[in-house]
Design a binder for this molecule. Structure first.
Ligand SMILES: Cc1cc2nc3c(=O)[nH]c(=O)nc-3n(C[C@H](O)[C@H](O)[C@H](O)COP(=O)(O)OP(=O)(O)OC[C@H]3O[C@@H](n4cnc5c(N)ncnc54)[C@H](O)[C@@H]3O)c2cc1C
Length: 414
C-alpha cells in the first residue's frame, strides 16, 4: 500500500479536527476509526474551561488558561495555537453550513435537560440561550414517551436561575410512536420528514403564542443545518432553543456529520470499523500501523501518525490492576502505585478524580514522552482525551481540548 502523509487513529472530535487541519495544508490523510467517539453522544457544545481546579466557575476561559499547570494540554498547545484552533473550528462549521457562535474569551451558561446550567463557549445557533435571558415567560415542549426528558424537572430548576423568567408552561407533543421507549434520535428523524414537522407544529400551536420563547430537547432534525429551526420559527413566530439532552444528543451527531463531510471534501480517506492493533517501528520512527477489520489485517504506512484514540471509555487507554497502558504503541501511562489513590470516594461530589487525569505525557510538540521527558517516537503525536493533565468532566474542557490539540497536531505534521 502506498504511504500517505498522515494516519490519524480515531474518529472522535480530536481526530476529525486533526485530519481537517492536516488536509487543509495539502497533506494526504487517512483516518482510521473503530467507532464514532464521544462527539456523537455529547451535546456538541464546545466546553473550553468551565471550572478552576478548586471548583470556582471560570468567567474568562482564554485568560484563565495562562494559570494552568505546564502539563495541561492547553499549556502544551500554546496560546497562539489555542486561539487559532477555535478560529479554524468556527470556519469549518461555517463552511459546512452549520455555523457555531461564541468565543473562548467569555463563558456562556446553557440550560440542561435536568434543569441545571452548564458552562460552555461555542454553540450551534439553535442552542443559544440569549432569548431566554430576555424573556418574561417561556414554554417547555415535551414529547410523549421521550426518555430522560421531564419538562417539570427542567422548569423547577430553571425557575431558580435569576436571569431566567419565573413563568413557564408546558406543551406536550405526541409523536405517535406508542408501544416503545422513544429517544431523541427517533424524534429528530420524525422531524426530518415534512409530515412530522407539520404534525409537530400543529400540536405546538395549541399551546404556544407568537413571540414565545420555546425550549425543546435537541431534536430539531438530524442534518447539520438550521432548516427545521427556521421552519419552526417561521411557522410559529416564536424563538426556539434546543437544550442539552441526555445521550444520544442529536446536536453532537450533527457536528459529527458536519465534520465527516468537511474532511471528505478535503480529500481525507476514512477507514471505518477498523481497529488499529499495533504499530510497525523502525529506529525511533513509526513506519506503519496495522488494523484488524472484519476480514483480515491491513498495513497503513505513513510519514506521521496522530493518536486520537480517546481515554479509558473508548479503549484509547487501558487499566489493569495497579497499572495502565496505551495499547497501540505500548506507550507509558503514569499512575499512582496504590490503586486506592486512583479515585475519590465520592464520584460526583468529591471534586476532581485522579483517574480522570491519567493519560499520555507529551512534549511541546504533543509527542508522547518516556519517563525522562524524551519523545518516544519522532513522528507520533497524541491528542484529545488520550492526554494526561486534565479532567474534562470536572473542569468542563473535553471538546475544547480535543479541538485545540487536534488542530495543533494537524498543523505540526504539516
Ligand atoms: C456522554 C458524554 C457527553 C459529553 N458531552 C460533552 C459536551 O457537551 N461538551 C464537551 O465539551 N465535552 C463533552 N464530553 C467530553 C468530550 O466529548 C470528549 O472529551 C472529547 O470529545 C474526546 O474526544 P477524543 O477525540 O479525544 O476521543 P473520543 O471521542 O473518545 O474518540 C476516540 C476515537 O478513537 C477510536 N478508537 C479508539 N481506539 C481505537 C483503535 N485502537 N483503533 C481505531 N480507532 C480507535 C474510537 O472508536 C473513537 O472514534 C462528553 C463526553 C461524554 C462521554
Amino acid at each position: 500500500m502506498s504511504a500517505c502523509d498522515v494516519v490519524v487513529i480515531g474518529g472522535g472530535l480530536s481526530g476529525l479536527v486533526a485530519a481537517a487541519a492536516a488536509a487543509e495544508r495539502d497533506k494526504k490523510v487517512v483516518l482510521i476509526a473503530k467507532g464514532v467517539g464521544a462527539i456523537a453522544v455529547g451535546s456538541g457544545s464546545i466546553d473550553v474551561l468551565g471550572y478552576e481546579a478548586g471548583g470556582k466557575p471560570v468567567a474568562r476561559p482564554l485568560a484563565e488558561m495562562g494559570k494552568l499547570p505546564s502539563n495541561h494540554p492547553y499549556a502544551r498547545a500554546g496560546k497562539q495555537a489555542t486561539a487559532k484552533a477555535f478560529e479554524f473550528f468556527l470556519d469549518l462549521c461555517e463552511k459546512g453550513g452549520f455555523p457555531y457562535s461564541g468565543s473562548a474569551d467569555v463563558a456562556r451558561w446553557v440550560p440542561t435537560a435536568i434543569g441545571t446550567l452548564k458552562p460552555t463557549c461555542f454553540l450551534p445557533r439553535s442552542m443559544d440561550p440569549a432569548p431566554l435571558e430576555a424573556a418574561k415567560a417561556a414554554v417547555v415542549v415535551g414529547f410523549r414517551g421521550l426518555k430522560d426528558y421531564y419538562p417539570e424537572l427542567i422548569i423547577r430548576g430553571l425557575m431558580q436561575v435569576p436571569a431566567y423568567p419565573k413563568r413557564f408552561r408546558t406543551v406536550i407533543v405526541d409523536p405517535e410512536m406508542a408501544g416503545r421507549d422513544v429517544n431523541a434520535l427517533d424524534i429528530a428523524r420524525w422531524l426530518d420528514t415534512e409530515s412530522g414537522r407539520h404534525a409537530c407544529i400543529e400540536q405546538m400551536l395549541t399551546g404556544i403564542a407568537p413571540g414565545n420563547v420555546v425550549l425543546v430537547p435537541p431534536v430539531l432534525g438530524t442534518v447539520p443545518n438550521y432548516g427545521v429551526l427556521e421552519e419552526f420559527e417561521k411557522a410559529t413566530t416564536c424563538k426556539f432553543i434546543e437544550i442539552t439532552g441526555m445521550p444520544p444528543a442529536i446536536t453532537g451527531l450533527r457536528l459529527y456529520d458536519l465534520l465527516v463531510s468537511e474532511i471528505k471534501k478535503r480529500g481525507v480517506r476514512i477507514v471505518e470499523h477498523a481497529t488499529v492493533t499495533r504499530a510497525v517501528v523502525d529506529n525511533g520512527r513509526c513506519t506503519a500501523v496495522v488494523t484488524h477489520g472484519v476480514d483480515r489485517e491491513r498495513t497503513h504506512p505513513a510519514r506521521s501518525f496522530i493518536l486520537a484514540t480517546g481515554g479509558f471509555y473508548s479503549g484509547g487507554l487501558e487499566a489493569g490492576v495497579g497499572s495502565a497502558r496505551e495499547p497501540v504503541f505500548g506507550l507509558p501511562v503514569k499512575v499512582p502505585e496504590s490503586q486506592s489513590d486512583w479515585s475519590n470516594a465520592f464520584l460526583l461530589s468529591g471534586g476532581a478524580q485522579p483517574f480522570a487525569r491519567f493519560g499520555l505525557d507529551v512534549d511541546a510538540r504533543l509527542r508522547p514522552t518516556d519517563g525522562s521527558g524524551k519523545a518516544v517516537f519522532e513522528n507520533v503525536y497524541a491528542v484529545g482525551r488520550t492526554l494526561s493533565g486534565f479532567d474534562d468532566a470536572f473542569e468542563k474542557s473535553g471538546n475544547g481540548v480535543a479541538v485545540v490539540t487536534g488542530y495543533r497536531a494537524g498543523t505540526l505534521v504539516a
